[in-house]
Design a protein around this ligand. Structure first.
Ligand code: NOJ
Ligand code: CA
Length: 804
């Protein structure tokens, strides 16, 4: 009996043990393979796993001796090995140790949303999420304010895993489980997020810098970043404020020897400094060892831009950081297709977006950039005091570009060719000593020069169906700009300007702030939010590089934030084949393409030839996405090539569908896009709201899509099925085969093909011939295959319209 009992209890115990083991195993297997489901307490020491919807990506999270650690895999292959998470703080122990895992929650999300403008009309946001709650228990950490030592310190990490990458951010709740968080107001010394790469990947990088992103990209192995530090700065922007020989900016595009494309960036950077990356170099940086020092020689750690006091994030719970992102794709074209950054941003914050529209514009601008004319009105005043300096009686220098006659000339040309808008720089007083003088009160954004008749020019423009684009160069005096902003936006409203190009050239005032510190990032955002109240769209130059905030604030219609056309001959071949992988991941760029006279020596004696052909410039209108797109050259440079200019007129700037056909960072990109009909004529339609506006002017791309020969009304017309294809290449000439199988079967189309001519060559030196092109027309169908050649630094463009 006893024996039996013993046997029975042993049997029961054994069964219980098996059941328990099975339960743990099932739980962990479930987590391992699906990333879903919940595992009950205890959590400490257990690895938590999250998988992507397609199951190919896997993120593992664990806490090792109090330190939060994550890693990432694709198809079972390590993309990131064990990488630490956390922060060091002012006035208290860091958020980098002494943690216990309190809770893990899983969820999934799947929706399709529709951007106000974008590369496609429908974007799928599909991810699996894991929210980890970590605590430092009372008594395990110390702060200056001992009253909080009795409370737990709560830090949550929200991971979202997509089929094409990972996003995660740190969150700091006010209270957790009914108990106050010890973190209320706190200050980061540094964010310690690591990205432990598993090899010496090829990278396309620009140097880490607190003040400029205007650099050429350097292609090198990660191990070469240090030795290429000086070279990486050649021909770059100003001011130059670096922090480390191995510091780089994001979005950082990399490629492994196995052909995997890895891209590290951030999303939704609000009220937080910008993230750079710094190679830890196997523990050499500040003697700190990465989580996986033994296996990972290439560990990046976040390096935030400090504010003037050295803080790297002044936080107030409840709050969270921006998302840190790691995109992983098998193909380069998938990087261009990814919407990871946009998806991690919040939905649109504006209820009424009817006033936001795509813009194709020209500008009184290239004249000043090329040196042909000046922003300033007079040479009389080496030192200007706004409100005191008498411009009315100043002697005009004769080179001021923004004069009434010249502006009218541009309005006439832009209107004749169906553009939406015209930018005019140098219209306002203060340009005589605006640059490099560190003046706080540099512009008032209100007072025109004597030869710029603002009301009359606006009236003239509106009568011709053109809007003027305002220009607010702040000379990086953000403090001055904020003082005048409301008045400046009101002036714009009074005269019907609905878009502003702002600028932040030079050293930031308040002094000691960098261009990407938390307070200055807050300034850029303030400008967007205030502009939205005035129904104004913003295109900021030299501002922080975008992180997808245009999803939430679609009036942020453009940004520069990288080396654009204004750098002329300093731009390296292949630059524009890198930007869509890097800078453009966060949002559109006002790259200002369309330079048909690239030999700047023909404009000014000191000018040098730029590295591109005319067809390369045409290709950019399709390979670069921007809802704000410029035809940047002078009217007189387009006049000799009006047949090629026709493509710039015909091409749309906002898309229903985009297909990325061929791409390799730094080498080439070939893209096909279908226009979004609903936004084609939105800019022109909006003019009807103005008292002096001419209603219903049909924009140039709308004319093409609707098959109109002039600017007759769109009423009663039917849009045709239209596609555009664009290609660009670096210094290597190439040929691509493009199958038109994206066209609707059974329909016939007319294609106009703009290709580099036989002798075309965009590379300066012997044989330089940027002007040679051919234009051929062809009947095509979905069964047609095109062979398209590009010269060195060349490109091509094709417009395809359904035949009726
Ligand atoms: C730099 C900008 O990028 C450029 O477009 C502008 O013309 C000048 N600043 C002057 O504001
Ligand atoms: Ca610039």
């Amino acid at each position: 009996m006893l024996k039996n009992l013993n046997f029975n209890s042993q049997f029961i115990m054994m069964r219980l043990r098996i059941l328990f083991t099975l339960c743990i195993l099932t739980c962990c297997m479930h987590l391992f393979f699906t990333g879903g489901g919940l595992c009950a307490q205890p959590l400490a020491g257990y690895e938590r796993v999250l998988s992507s919807p397609d199951g190919r990506m896997m993120m593992r999270f664990t806490v090792v001796e109090g330190v939060p650690i994550y890693s990432l895999e694709r198809d079972g292959v390590r993309v990131l090995s064990a990488s630490k998470l956390g922060f060091t703080l002012e006035w208290r122990d860091g958020l980098d140790s002494n943690f216990v895992m309190k809770d893990v929650k899983y969820s999934s999300f799947d929706e399709v949303w529709h951007p106000v403008w974008g590369e496609e009309a429908n974007i799928r946001n599909h991810y699996n999420e894991m929210l980890v709650t970590l605590e430092q228990l009372p008594g395990t950490v110390k702060s200056m304010d001992h009253s909080t030592d009795t409370r737990p310190t709560v830090m949550q990490i929200r991971f979202r895993l997509y089929d094409d990458g990972l996003g995660f951010r740190y969150e700091f709740p006010m209270r957790y489980n009914g108990v106050d968080n010890a973190l209320v107001c706190f200050w980061f010394k540094e964010e310690l997020t690591e990205f432990a790469l598993t090899g010496d990947h090829t990278a396309w990088w620009i140097p880490g810098d607190y003040d400029t992103q205007e650099y050429n990209y350097t292609e090198s192995r990660l191990s070469q970043i240090d030795s290429l530090y000086e070279k990486g700065h050649e021909h770059g922007g100003w001011p130059w404020t670096d922090f480390s020989r191995t510091g780089v900016q994001t979005a950082l595009q990399m490629k492994t020897d196995d052909g995997l494309y890895i891209n590290i960036h951030e999303a939704a950077t609000l009220d937080y400094p910008t993230m750079h990356l710094n190679l830890i170099e196997n523990g050499k940086l500040k003697n700190e060892k990465p989580a996986d020092a033994a296996n990972s020689a290439f560990v990046f750690r976040t390096w935030l831009c400090p504010d003037a006091a050295g803080y790297k994030g002044r936080m107030q719970a409840p709050c969270h950081t921006p998302w840190r992102t790691v995109m992983v794709c098998d193909k380069a074209t998938d990087v261009l297709r990814s919407r990871l950054i946009l998806n991690l941003n919040d939905p649109c914050a504006l209820e009424d977006v009817s006033w936001i529209h795509p813009v194709k514009y020209m500008g009184v601008w290239w004249e000043m950039i090329s040196g042909k004319s000046t922003w300033s009105y007079t040479n009389d005043y080496p030192s200007v005091r706004l409100g005191e300096t008498d411009f009315l009686h100043a002697k005009p220098n004769g080179t001021h570009g923004a004069n009434n006659a010249n502006v009218r000339r541009y309005i006439d040309f832009a209107a004749k060719h169906g553009f939406d808008a015209l930018l005019i720089e140098g219209w306002n007083i203060g340009w005589e000593d605006w640059y490099g003088k560190q003046k706080e009160f540099v512009f008032d954004f209100l007072t025109p020069y004597p030869d710029f008749d603002l009301p009359a020019l606006n009236k003239y423009a509106h009568e011709k169906g053109i809007r003027l684009i305002m220009h607010h160069e702040s000379s990086a005096s953000t403090v001055n700009y904020e003082r005048w902003m409301e008045k400046a936006y009101n002036l714009m409203n009074r005269y019907g300007y609905d878009a502003v190009k702002s600028g932040y050239v030079g050293t930031i005032i308040p002094f000691a702030e960098g261009h990407y510190s938390q307070p200055i990032n807050n300034h850029y955002h303030y400008a967007i939010v205030e502009a939205a109240k005035h129904h104004i769209m913003v295109n900021a130059h030299e501002a922080v590089r975008p992180t997808g905030l245009c999803r939430t604030w679609p009036n942020m219609i453009g940004n520069e934030s990288a080396m654009g056309t204004e750098f002329r001959e300093r731009i390296h071949p292949g630059h524009t084949a890198i930007l869509p992988f890097t800078r453009l991941q966060g949002g559109p760029m006002d790259y200002t393409p369309g330079i048909f006279e690239p030999d700047m020596g023909k404009i000014v004696p000191w000018g040098k030839p730029m590295s591109h052909t005319i067809c390369n410039q045409l290709g950019l209108y399709v390979t670069f996405y921007s809802p704000l797109q410029m035809a940047a050259d002078f009217p007189e440079h387009y006049e000799p090539y009006l047949d090629a200019f026709q493509f710039i007129k015909d091409v749309a700037v906002d898309w229903d569908t985009s297909i990325y056909l061929y791409a390799e960072p730094g080498d080439y990109i070939v893209t096909a896009r279908k226009p979004k009909v609903s936004s084609l004529n939105k800019a022109a339609d909006g003019l009807g709201a103005l008292p002096d506006g001419k209603k219903g002017v049909v924009s140039n791309a709308a004319q093409y899509v609707y098959g109109l020969t002039d600017s007759a009304s769109l009423n009663g017309q039917t849009p045709r099925d239209v596609w555009y294809i664009g290609g660009i290449t670096d210094e290597t000439a190439r040929e691509f085969t493009v199958k038109l199988d994206f066209l609707t079967p059974g329909k016939s189309y007319d294609a106009v093909i703009y290709c580099d001519g036989k002798n075309a060559c965009g590379l300066p030196g012997e044989g330089y011939n940027p002007y040679s092109y051919t234009i051929t027309t062809k009947k095509v169908t979905s069964k047609t295959t095109l062979k398209l050649k590009m010269a060195s630094c060349g490109g091509f463009a094709v417009s395809i319209r359904e035949r009726l």
